[in-house]
Design a protein around this ligand. Structure first.
Ligand SMILES: [Zn+2]
Ligand SMILES: [Zn+2]
Length: 143
């Protein structure tokens, strides 16, 4: 999906599932739908509502393949900064998305050959420690 990558202004080799997740237009309804069975399970209804279903739950769109997309997202992504919506401002969007996808990893990595995601052999050129995902946020030698 080169178009999404261009919208997010991240490299084309960026994790497809994350890109899809970021550009997905219905993350909230999807989340509600997936959470609904457990989320409503603990609720007690007034007697006159007994036996009734919360109708809005049935009206939500059926989850599309994005559920498997979410499951396919690498776990390191959930360590990223949380956000509520993609910024409409192009510059802020670029900077948020590049941070979320760790797109600037190569700026601090000793490994100069191409690698789309950090590996266990990655070393930070600033502090000499292992350059994990999002190392740029934790490195104490980068000001
Ligand atoms: Zn690296
Ligand atoms: Zn470092």
């Amino acid at each position: 999906m080169p178009h999404s990558q261009r919208y997010l202004q991240v490299p084309l080799h960026s994790n497809n599932n994350i890109v899809h997740f970021l550009t997905s237009s219905t993350p909230l309804s999807l989340k509600l739908k997936t959470m609904a069975p457990t989320a409503t399970g603990g609720l007690t209804y007034p007697p006159n509502l007994d036996g009734h279903k919360l109708t809005f739950l049935g009206n939500l769109p059926t989850p599309d393949p994005s559920v498997s997309t979410i499951e396919a997202i690498p776990t390191w992504f959930w360590l990223s900064r949380s956000f509520t919506a993609l910024p409409t401002n192009q510059k802020s969007r670029r900077s948020l998305c590049r941070e979320l996808l760790d797109s600037d990893h190569h700026h601090l990595c000793k490994t100069t050959t191409f690698h789309p995601t950090p590996t266990s052999n990655c070393t930070c050129i600033y502090c000499g420690d292992t350059a994990h995902f999002y190392h740029v946020r934790f490195c104490e030698s980068i000001v």
